[in-house]
Design a protein. Structure first.
Length: 477
């Protein structure tokens, strides 16, 4: 195995530099085909992909390659009557993996970025300038006894693995859509993780970044959930003031020839504050409530003649206050009429099949659902409070209103809260080329997503989105 070694003699480096400066191509025999670079005692491996995506939606979501399923336009509205097309290269990625060994331990660091951020000057009329964003940035210390400790921004421990509990073994849907599949639980966030890998049984625990997604109607005027971002946070986004990190634990089983099975648990503390300086209703105080859930994950490869021909997968999570971990980003919590935080009962499930009929073709299909329970109350005036109240006026949700301007489609009075998001998808990838120079592949995907809401005064609004996506990708070896 040959690697480019920066500790090599300067004369060899000078020859390479001269060839590059003069524009001459190195002979094939001199090219490095390992995908790694040696820097002192560290092995560096560039990672990334150049991506070109095409998107067509039957209803306008005004979104790039990541679809906000929870915002599918309701039937009858302006956006439900207008389709959407976009072409984008923003799902391209760039990153680096560093590996080093010392005294029997392994240090691994990963940096990965893409372009799915939107700056205040970003636009799509000419230069299509969008900034880079961080996907992952973490370091892991792996010890020779099978224990490891990792810190940084990484995939949440809730994500199902393919084997053990190792980082970089996550089961990620093969979808073109950057928001993945409905029912799939995931996050990429700040985390401190401990793992213990075994041949058959593995364990892991983590503390992870906390954030509470919140929605309520007729909210009491004296409660505080959080505030807009301050220093080095987005001032256009509201952030909850969290009491503690989310805590996740997992146990995984890898019986020989029987796939990968895991159980996981999530614990969260949700907090709000009642401001009552007059002591009219008990005085100012902070209220904390417990949220969390339990879940499972399965990854089962079916082998034939030593080759993986079909992968069967499923995962699920049920509990209270778990909405933000689902692909559809349903709500974590709402408010009771007394101002106390109420986590919303929820459930997420996805099943999938990934077939590999030839070495060049992958075919995939996922079916999933995410559900948020009705969590409603009445205040002293008899008004509906909380989430999904049957007193919510939803009569205008499916009415095309007069726009507020050329870029301001509107509807009538609409206070609908999401009940469930359903999705079925089908897609394929075809590898035009896979070799030491990398992988060149093309794929297409179709998905049908249904948004259902809780009934209120005037009906039960819903919307259905059909999407067709195509992607052309070059992945570094």
């Amino acid at each position: 195995m040959h690697r480019l070694d920066f500790s090599a003699r300067r004369s060899a480096s000078a020859v390479v530099a001269a060839l590059l400066v003069s524009g001459l191509a190195l002979p094939a025999a001199a090219q490095d085909t390992t995908g790694t670079i040696r820097y002192k005692a560290v092995t560096l491996a560039p990672i990334g992909a150049a991506v070109g995506d095409l998107i067509w939606r039957s209803r306008n979501l005004s979104s790039d390659i990541g679809s906000p399923y929870q915002n599918i336009p309701f039937d009858g509205t302006t956006n439900a009557k207008t389709t959407e097309y976009r072409g984008t290269g923003r799902h391209s990625r760039l990153g680096l993996i560093a590996d080093a060994h010392s005294d029997g331990d392994t240090i691994t660091a990963v940096w990965e970025m893409d372009f799915l951020a939107a700056g205040t000057t970003s636009k799509s009329d000419e230069n299509n300038g969008y900034p880079m964003r961080m996907r992952q940035a973490w370091v892991n210390l792996g010890m020779d006894n099978g224990t490891s400790l990792a810190a940084g921004q990484m995939w949440s421990l809730l994500v199902t693995n393919k084997k053990g509990v190792n980082l970089r073994s996550e089961q990620v849907p093969m979808t073109i859509d950057a928001q993945y599949a409905v029912g799939y639980d995931w996050a990429r966030q700040g985390e401190l993780r401990w793992t213990k890998n075994g041949a058959t049984v593995s364990y892991a625990a983590s503390i992870e970044g906390a954030q509470t997604s919140f929605s309520a109607k007729n909210v009491p005027s004296n409660i505080v959930i959080g505030q807009p971002g301050g220093s080095q946070l987005n001032s256009l986004t509201n952030y909850s003031t969290d009491l503690s990190p989310d805590a996740i634990a997992k146990i995984a089983f890898d019986p020989q020839g029987m796939g990968h099975w895991e159980l996981k648990a999530l614990g969260r503390l949700l907090r709000d504050r009642i401001v009552d300086p007059t002591n009219a209703s008990g005085g100012s105080r902070s209220l904390t409530t417990l949220g969390g859930g339990v879940g499972y994950g399965v990854w089962f490869p079916v082998m034939s003649n030593g080759r993986d021909v079909v992968d069967l997968l499923s995962s699920g999570l049920v509990g209270k206050g778990i909405g933000r971990y689902g692909t559809s980003q349903l709500i974590d919590a709402t408010i009771d009429s007394d101002g106390s935080m109420k986590p919303i009962k929820a459930a997420h499930f996805v099943v999938g099949i990934e077939a590999h009929p030839t070495r060049k073709v992958d075919v995939y299909s996922y079916e999933g659902v995410e559900y948020a329970d009705r969590t409603s109350f009445r205040d002293a005036s008899g008004r509906g409070v909380g989430y999904g109240s049957p007193l919510n006026v939803v009569s205008g949700c499916q009415v095309e209103g007069v726009p507020s301007g050329p870029f301001g489609p509107t509807s009538g009075t609409c206070n609908a809260d999401n009940r469930a998001i359903w999705q079925a998808s089908l897609g394929f990838w075809y590898r035009l080329k896979k070799s030491a120079v990398g992988t060149l592949q093309w794929g297409m995907e179709y998905s049908r997503t249904v948004r259902e809401t809780w009934s209120g005064v005037g009906g039960e609004p819903r919307g259905t989105e059909n999407m067709v996506l195509s992607s052309f990708r070059y992945l570094l070896p």
